[in-house]
Design a binder for this molecule. Structure first.
Ligand SMILES: [Zn+2]
Ligand SMILES: [Zn+2]
Length: 265
């Protein structure tokens, strides 16, 4: 299982990072998790957009779905020497799909197949088990888990606050991709819908994950400082996502294969 980071910024772009998007390749099938604003340019750098087997949108915020429009335009209007015969299944909650239909004026469903899913659902795509769970964010937000036939499981929380329910929903031994929007979240700033570094560490310990890729760090917070804070309280593999990083996920470790962004934050 490989993960290509197409967007690692939190909530809005930074000078050198685009918004949330992750390409996961399992047994030759490519799954796109989220398509935040700016991420499509990174997709073009590392992968053929025609080779996407399924799309998953965790929730309706623009930093997770805006570039689905760019992907749609590319697939519809760039010939690329091939014509897709099958629609690409696009999995999201009903609330996210309703938002997307308005946002895209309904036009994208000649390329994408509308697949409405809810927390607790399981699907199988080309032998990969795909699960959806509830998280603590805006209405209709879902976590997405991908389990390869070889047993490795990748769990993507999307945006979420910490909760013991979230931890309980993560299969032990998974590799986690999760957000740390904050270094340290301020108390009293309203209902929590995001995590900070200590909450990420708590989530990793509670869920007994084998490792974590920390992402969605909001500029100007420094992703490396967030990673160091997580490592203070969690002893598994901790990697910090930067745009265009490629990770190999094995059942017991995360290996950074390449980092070509060469940037600070
Ligand atoms: Zn977000
Ligand atoms: Zn969000």
């Amino acid at each position: 299982m490989k993960v290509k980071i197409l967007g690692s910024a939190g909530s809005y772009q930074s000078p050198s990072r685009q918004c949330s998007s992750y390409l996961v390749i399992i047994d030759g099938i490519s799954f796109l998790l989220d398509a935040g604003n700016g991420s499509f340019g990174n997709l073009l750098k590392v992968h053929d957009p025609f080779d996407i087997g399924a799309v998953f949108l965790s929730h309706r915020h623009h930093d997770h779905l805006a570039d689905i429009i760019s992907l749609y335009h590319y697939l519809k209007f760039v010939p690329n020497g091939e014509v897709r015969r099958d629609k690409i299944p696009l999995f999201a909650s009903r609330i996210t799909h309703d938002f997307l239909s308005n946002f895209a004026a309904g036009s994208i469903f000649d390329i994408f197949e509308r697949r409405v899913v809810a927390a607790g659902e399981l699907n199988t795509i080309e032998g990969v088990e795909v699960g959806f769970g509830g998280v603590n964010h805006v209405d209709g937000s879902l976590s997405i888990s991908l389990k390869a036939q070889s047993g490795e499981t990748l769990f993507y929380s999307g945006d979420s606050a910490y909760s013991s329910d979230l931890a309980a929903s993560i299969p032990g031994g998974s590799t986690l991709i999760t957000e740390s929007t904050y270094l340290i979240r301020k108390e009293g700033s309203g209902k929590a819908i995001h995590m900070d570094a200590m909450e990420v560490a708590q989530l990793c310990n509670d869920a007994k994950v084998s490792g974590v890729i920390v992402t969605h760090v909001a500029h100007p917070n420094d992703p490396d400082v967030v990673g160091d804070l997580v490592r203070q309280s969690y002893t598994g593999y901790v990697e910090v996502a930067r745009d265009l990083d490629i990770f190999q996920i094995d059942s017991d470790k995360i290996v950074r294969l390449t980092s070509i962004s060469g940037e600070g934050i």
